[in-house]
Design a protein. Structure first.
Length: 225
């Protein structure tokens, strides 16, 4: 049997050690490549509420489902005051709301349960000042009220292109109406406190103007022509 010298054994170990190093470097490179390109993802996350916080831990946004079944996303300012929200109420009607820096309501846009869209503007006390929407017959309408909730001016465009402006007193009763009929006649009607017409002015499209006054029973007192 041939004897293996010490030098040959050392050389053989060095060659084996070199191959081991090369193999280990290849494995490390493969692992590093996988770590750099593979990112774990979650396809579904289930929760009843999510909160986003700033660097100080203050909640700035929240998404969740309330006990009454409503769901929405709320956004707060850095002081924690709710400023905007979008979601579905308990009747599943979509809406968007805005509040001022004091947390008082300012505006709301939504679709009612009956499918009618509305835009509402309120003062900081929550009193309705202006309301834009569509009535039950599909006619667009705009209502503007006083800051104390008294008095109102409402504008509506009825089917056939008939615009109408109604002015109401502090008791909500109509005192004046200005309208244009589908035939093109422009008319103004003035009412007493009981909403009975007492004076009217009409200007037909192709004829002269007409003026008439009525008593409280609706009988003509005077007219021209």
């Amino acid at each position: 049997m041939n004897e293996v010298t010490l030098e040959e054994r050392v050389a053989r170990l060095e060659r084996q050690n070199q191959r081991l190093k090369l193999g280990l470097m290849a494995v490390l490179a493969l692992v590093a490549g996988c770590a750099a390109t593979t990112k774990p993802t979650l396809k579904v996350v289930k929760a009843e509420r999510f909160e986003m916080v700033d660097s100080k831990g203050a909640v700035r946004a929240s998404l969740g489902v309330q006990a009454n079944g409503s769901v929405g996303l709320g956004v707060s300012d850095k002081k924690g005051t709710l400023r905007a929200a979008i979601g579905l109420d308990r009747r599943e009607s979509p809406a968007v709301f805005f509040w001022d820096k004091y947390g008082k309501p300012g505006a709301g846009l939504g679709v009612m349960a009956d499918g009618i869209p509305r835009l509402s503007l309120t003062d900081r006390h929550g009193k309705l000042l202006a309301d834009l929407g569509v009535d039950a017959d599909g006619n667009p309408e705009l209502s503007i009220g006083g800051k104390d909730g008294k008095g109102e001016a409402s504008l509506c465009v009825f089917a056939g292109g008939r615009p109408e402006l109604v002015l109401r007193n502090r008791d909500g009763k109509a005192r004046a109406t200005l309208a244009v009929t589908p035939s093109g006649t422009a008319g103004l009607v003035l009412y007493d406190k009981d909403e009975k017409g007492r004076a009217s002015l009409g200007v037909p499209a192709n004829e002269g103007s007409r003026l008439a006054f009525f008593d409280k029973e609706g009988k003509v007192l005077w007219k021209a022509p």
